[in-house]
Write a protein that binds this ligand. Structure first.
Ligand code: ADP
Ligand code: MG
Ligand code: MG
Length: 878
């Protein structure tokens, strides 16, 4: 039998998400639960993949299958497609495996044409409604399928409103709407050069193709990259019988969450509009009513909906995000899915579900997106400053958090300002649309004039953990001229404003922020995560302050303490430069002797902050020219100080010049050339540890010395000997039995493939995945930005290998090094200290490959704890 590409809703269920997409699988599941779902069928994601494989064509057998299901649906509906008396009308809805909100547009009322609409008007005895439905269809079909933008039709609507002196869509008469769709069609023909398609079957086929095409549009590609959704998944298409929320005052449409998506409160939360269709609620054209109001207007429908919400929640055992339509007093369910939520809401819902007995702690831990915690851990407004500030206005608190930054008026401007280095930006728009997604992601906050709590801006901002204030109708917005006025204040591009995503308040000033307060649900989830995970979580920290912050976030050690940052402070850089400019070993030793007490003091501070947790200290890594001045004045000053001629300093600098500094004289190569550097650093590490050990006998100090950039076993053996000799002398003198480890950072491919030899002189390996990625791919992370965009466009790479670890290639290097290293030393300590240590999908890989710890920046420690727990739950190790 040939492959099946189309399924009736009654043939599917929620397990078939990969094939039917999220929307289709859940429509099928709701059908199975006996809920009132308008029936229909789903064209599978495999049909989409096949469409691309076939060179963007729908194969004839798939086309035939679609139309046999149209016939099936006609039987179920007892209506016929294109019937002039009683037509079958459908919606065409996209739906990928993972929900991609607003990424691909829905077409409603498909099946109408010039003749059918008249029959439909007679049948419903409601010409106004029929014409309204047709003009909407023309608009949506033109926009999604024919590339004639919706907004151009909105202009025609605005013109007609002006001509008639009316404000609201609802004030148009039937005749007006007839004229409207006639004007739409004329406009369409002007734009496209052919008549608006009249044949329902070709309307349908073209729509299906358009949905498939939309899988590859730029905003879908961007969203996927941001959310790690593979291109290969494809999208399904749902074809569903229409129900009508725009049939009069006993009809309506809405969206609701079974719990509050901002706070997690266990209370129905949502919005609806009477006499409206589809996108009206989220488009922000009319301001919707709160779902509570439905209880007053239609108590029976409200009760039925509330019960349905509970039923779905118990069935899916998670908070649901539902779309519904009421047609002449009858409720229809059009969608359900696990609701997107803020991190605070996610934590509360997960903990509540455990309390309610619906979920186990393991499931609760697995439910939370580790990346979302980021928003919680970041600063909030300083309470005092906030109280002292005076709001100039308020909108809806659409997505929590505090944002303070400079105002820009388009998403492109956000990108432009951001690329110029401005990190604090607030995007202010009349309303946002899916094209704005990149700018929204880079902005610190989003402010809109139109739209409710479920508007595009609100939904997307919550998903990203971005602060958002939406629907501030009092703003007098001049996007074109780049300014707005609110509460008597004029705010221009570049001005600072602050947004409070918790209250909706807007301030025309910069309000300082303070560190986040983390609540009880967070602690509960973290406690569970710590029970389940098998990886240890360390942090990358170079200062006592960062170290203390990381300990507070639950770090169990430092995986990477970079020593070079310590040399950049004013008093130290001098001694450092002296060392670099030395022409004899003696001079060099004198300069290093000045650095020793400073470095020892730094390490003592860090050891104290880490309270006895292990600390891995990496020896000097960057090329030496980084420490020397570049401009004439500074060079002259330095020469003065050193009692040298400016030309002599310049010749040292030019002597250090390298064509490719990333692959130059750096890392352990420095120690090979100047062993006294490693001697000094060893003194600092060990003496500091001895001092702290004496001060805190309750801690067991075992400093870990990490030699960077090793590519050859003998290189490490050479450096190790210097370290061991120096350390053992100090320990002997100290009279205490201090232990220490000497290991290496694995960041050169050659070290990975010769790891069995390297391990002979290493007590531990720590994978430096930044350099390993750089050296493995052969491009630098500072330059990759120039060309990676082309690689994304051409689907050669789907994501930035510096952000998301490349398991297929660099992962093999890591796995090889692990295997070879353990062959030499079964007990070899293994960790990772590159930025990937804080990325959830990378953490899963590191868990699976058998590392003992990951190390990441302090703010990512909680993310790593949670991600490590999820990895362990998914694939427990012995
Ligand atoms: P999105 O994924 O952007 O939410 P949907 O496919 O869910 O797009 O469609 C958006 C809205 O269109 C729905 O919430 C619903 O109000 C309306 N809609 C879709 N299909 C139908 C239908 N068969 N009958 C009535 N309204 C529909
Ligand atoms: Mg929807
Ligand atoms: Mg490195």
């Amino acid at each position: 039998m040939s492959k099946k590409y189309v399924y009736l809703f009654s043939e599917g269920n929620r397990e078939m998400r990969n094939l039917l997409g999220g929307k289709g699988a859940n429509l099928a599941e709701m059908t199975g639960l006996g809920l009132p779902v308008p029936q229909g069928f789903t064209v599978t994601t495999e049909a989409c993949t096949r469409y691309y494989d076939d060179g963007k064509k729908i194969a004839s057998e798939i086309e035939a299958e679609i139309f046999s299901y149209v016939a099936e649906l006609e039987k179920m509906a007892d209506k016929k497609f294109g019937d002039t008396n009683d037509p079958m009308l459908v919606s065409v809805r996209s739906g990928a495996r993972a929900s991609m909100p607003g990424m691909m547009d829905t077409i409603l009322n498909l099946g109408l044409n010039d003749v059918v609409v008249e029959g439909f008007a007679k049948l419903t005895n409601n010409p106004r409604f029929a014409y309204d439905s047709y003009r909407r269809f023309i608009q949506m079909f033109s926009d999604v399928v024919m590339d004639v933008p919706k907004s151009n039709f909105e202009k025609i609507i605005d013109e007609m409103k002006e001509e008639r002196g009316i404000k609201l869509d609802t004030e148009f008469s039937a005749e007006d709407l007839k004229e409207m769709f006639t004007r739409f069609k004329t406009y369409f023909k002007e734009q496209k050069g052919f008549d608006f398609p009249q044949e329902p079957r070709s309307q349908l086929l073209e729509s299906v193709k358009a949905v498939f095409r939309s899988w590859d549009n730029p905003r879908a590609n961007y969203y996927r990259r941001m959310n790690d959704i593979p291109y290969s998944w494809g999208t399904a298409v749902n074809v569903q019988l229409m129900v009508f929320g725009n049939m009069g005052d006993d009809s309506g449409t809405g969206v609701a969450f079974s719990r509050n998506p901002s706070t997690g409160e266990n209370k129905l939360y949502g919005e609806f509009l009477m006499n409206a269709q589809g996108e009206d609620v989220v488009a922000g054209i009319r301001t919707p009513m709160s779902i509570d109001k439905l209880n007053e207007l239609m108590p029976e429908v409200y009760t039925q909906f509330a019960e349905t919400a509970k039923k779905l929640e118990n069935h899916y055992r998670d908070m649901q995000d539902m779309e519904f339509t009421i047609e002449k007093g009858k409720l229809y369910m059009l969608q359900t899915r696990n609701g997107k939520r803020t991190a605070a809401s996610a934590l509360r819902v997960a903990c509540d579900l455990v309390k309610e007995g619906l979920r186990t702690p393991q499931e609760a831990v697995a439910m939370i997106d580790p990346k979302s915690l980021d928003a919680l851990l970041h600063p909030q407004f300083d309470d005092k400053a906030l109280k002292a500030a005076k709001a100039i206005g308020a909108g809806l608190p659409a997505s929590p958090g505090a944002a303070c930054g400079r105002v820009v008026f388009t998403a492109e401007d956000v990108v432009e300002w951001y690329n110029k280095g401005e990190r604090k930006l607030i995007l202010c728009r009349l309303e946002t649309s899916p094209e704005d997604i990149e700018g929204m992601n880079l902005a610190s906050g989003i402010l809109t004039v139109r739209g409710g709590m479920t508007s595009h801006a609100a939904v997307v901002a919550r998903g990203m953990g971005r602060c958002c204030v939406a629907g501030c109708g009092e703003i007098n917005m001049h996007e074109g001229e780049k300014y707005f006025t609110l509460g008597g204040v004029t705010v221009k591009e570049g001005d600072y404003i602050s947004l409070n995503g918790g209250t909706g308040n807007i301030y025309a000033e910069a309000i300082p922020t303070v560190d986040a307060q983390i609540g009880g649900d967070f602690e509960t989830i973290m406690k569970w995560a710590d029970e389940f995970r098998q990886l240890k979580i360390r942090t990358n920290a170079d200062t006592p302050r960062d170290a203390a912050q990381a300990v507070q976030f639950g770090a169990e050690g430092i995986g990477l303490c970079r020593t070079e940052h310590m040399f950049f402070e004013a008093d130290r850089i001098k001694a450092m430069r002296e060392m670099i400019l030395s022409s004899t070993e003696e001079q060099r030793r004198a300069a290093l002797a000045k650095l020793l007490p400073m470095q020892r003091g730094d390490f003592e501070g860090i050891y104290e902050a880490m309270q006895g947790f292990p600390v891995t200290i990496r020896y000097l890594d960057p090329p030496l020219h980084e420490f020397l001045p570049t401009n004439e004045d500074d060079i002259a000053a330095l020469a003065d100080e050193m009692g040298m001629k400016a030309d002599e300093v310049k010749s040292v600098i030019s002597g250090l010049h390298e064509f490719n500094p990333m692959m130059g004289f750096r890392g352990c190569r420095l120690t090979v050339a100047y062993p006294e550097i490693a001697e000094m650093q060893t003194r600092a590490v060990i003496e500091a540890a001895v001092n702290i050990q004496k001060k805190h006998p309750e801690w067991k100090m075992v400093p870990e010395i990490m030699i960077p950039l090793v590519g050859e076993a003998r290189e490490l053996a050479f450096v190790r000997e210097i370290v061991v000799k120096t350390a053992d002398e100090i320990i002997k003198e100290s009279g205490i039995a201090l232990e220490y480890l000497v290991g290496t950072m694995i960041e050169i491919p050659r070290a990975c493939v010769t790891a069995d030899e390297v391990a002979q002189n290493a007590d531990f390996f720590s994978f430096g995945t930044n350099d390993l990625t750089q050296m493995g791919f052969g491009f630098s992370r500072d330059d990759a930005g120039n060309f990676l965009g082309h690689y994304y466009d051409r689907k050669i790479y789907e994501s930035d290998p510096f952000a998301r670890f490349d398991q297929a290639g660099i992962g093999k290097l890591v796995a090889t090094a692990v295997e070879l290293g353990k062959k030499t030393k079964p007990g070899l300590k293994l960790g990772v200290c590159g930025e990937h240590g804080g990325d959830p999908s990378s953490i899963e890989f590191f868990h699976n490959v058998g590392l003992m710890y990951v190390s990441c920046s302090p703010f990512r420690v909680p993310i790593a704890r949670l991600a490590a727990a999820q990895a362990a739950l998914k694939n427990p190790r012995k």
